[in-house]
Design a protein around this ligand. Structure first.
Ligand code: PLP
Length: 392
């Protein structure tokens, strides 16, 4: 299948690998295939490039290279943090998270709750998708092991005030992890100002390769490896390094840093705002979720009342437009989004919500075409809908 004509608006699921990233990675699959842990100079060439990748990853977060370990992706980074702390402090049985996390965190918490007897507090959000920092303060107990709160929501793009939340945890002496998968590379992150202890990220969400990520560990934060074996990553993550993937991640970080400095993402926010405005003008009975909250520039989650999101997705897909009804995981189950449910979105809208997610490759022309097709798709589906409003 050719991808030439596709309008790809599902960038929170994954992004296209930047051609410069791909170019940087390729020699490490071919002529420079050495193992970075080898003693010889052939391996050292790769090791040097891994060090550069570590520096570029750290620089994007304004952290130090020794605070970064490479993993197979955010799911592993997140699992590593939960594993480390449950191993180190078995007497602390309380964890705080939010009800709107990605399944990588939520299902880890459900496992600890159901199989291991942990007490989990799931902080709720209001209709704007925001959580009240005082609720975090009130939830912290003497046996709280960890607070894990996402930086940006993968379904709505809503940003949590991580600086404030991490400061509360720090003040109370509790460790803080953030799943920053959707935020990294799209907004400025400065860990010299935000007191998080751990941060998880994944390369493929910002034009890097799939199956590679990183975990930031604050100096002196407690740590225990998930994978043991060899001494790679200073004994913090065993296993031969995925050299091409890590080098690709480093390059993706370097490029993201340049784009953040060039304000590329402000331009995307402009495209997004215009997209939303046009849809609001052309289509009745719609609601932009989280419109009044700080959001990622790249996400627009819109409820189209009285129709099914799956039908919209299929019709858009027939027109070679790729969007999603929620996160990649929830789309598979056809369950309404736990995030929108938590925000109190009404049933008529819950089932007709679509996530459009943009990237630095998205163009104004693509969005114009999407608006045109989306308007006719909604008109057609509303005509068929048994729930259609009287004035349609
Ligand atoms: N956290 C968030 C917010 C995500 O959006 C994702 C991916 O969709 C993950 C975690 C998991 O990342 P990965 O599948 O790359 O491990």
């Amino acid at each position: 299948m050719t991808t030439d004509k596709w309008i790809y608006l599902d960038n929170n699921a994954t992004t296209a690998t930047d051609p410069l990233v791909f170019e940087k990675m390729t020699p490490y699959y071919t002529e420079l295939f050495g193992n970075p842990s080898s003693m010889h100079a052939f391996g050292n060439i790769v090791d040097r490039e891994i060090n550069t990748a570590r520096e570029n990853t750290a620089a994007l977060l304004n952290a130090g290279p020794s605070q970064i370990i490479f993993t197979s992706g955010a799911t592993e980074s997140i699992g590593t943090v939960f594993h480390a702390l449950t191993e180190l402090y078995p007497e602390k049985k309380h964890i705080i998270t939010t009800a709107v996390e990605h399944p990588a965190v939520l299902n880890t918490c459900h496992y600890l709750e159901k199989q291991r007897g942990y007490d989990i507090t799931y902080l709720s959000v209001d209709k704007n998708g925001q959580l009240d920092p005082d609720h975090l303060r009130d939830a912290i107990q003497t046996d709280t092991l960890l607070v894990s709160i996402m930086w940006a929501n993968n379904e709505t793009g809503i940003l949590f005030p991580i600086e404030k939340l991490a400061a509360i945890a720090r003040e109370k002496g509790v460790l803080f992890h953030t799943d920053a998968v959707q935020a990294v590379g799209k907004i400025n992150i400065d860990l010299s100002k935000v007191p998080v202890d751990y941060l998880s990220l994944s390369a493929h969400k910002f034009h890097g390769p799939k199956g590679v990520g990183a975990l930031y560990i604050r100096p002196d934060a407690p740590f225990h490896p998930l994978l043991v074996g060899g001494h790679q990553e200073n004994g913090r993550r065993a296993g031969t390094l995925n050299a091409p993937g890590i080098i690709g991640l480093g390059e993706a970080c370097r490029l993201a840093h340049i784009h953040l400095k060039k304000n590329t993402y402000q331009k995307i926010a402009g495209l997004r705002d215009n997209f939303e405005k046009q849809l609001e003008q052309k289509i009745a009975h719609i609601n932009i979720h989280g419109k009044n909250s700080p959001r990622l520039p790249t996400t627009s989650n819109i409820g189209f009342r009285y129709i099914e999101g799956e039908s919209i997705t299929i019709l858009l897909s027939q027109n070679q437009i790729a969007v999603s009804t929620g996160s990649a995981c929830t789309s598979e189950t056809l369950e309404p989004s736990h995030v929108l449910k938590e925000m109190g979105v009404i049933p008529e809208e819950l089932h007709g919500s679509i996530r459009f997610s943009f990237s630095r490759q998205t163009t104004a022309r693509e969005l114009e075409k999407t608006i045109e097709i989306q308007t006719s798709v909604i008109k057609r589906l509303r005509e068929l809908s048994p729930l259609k409003p009287d004035n349609e």
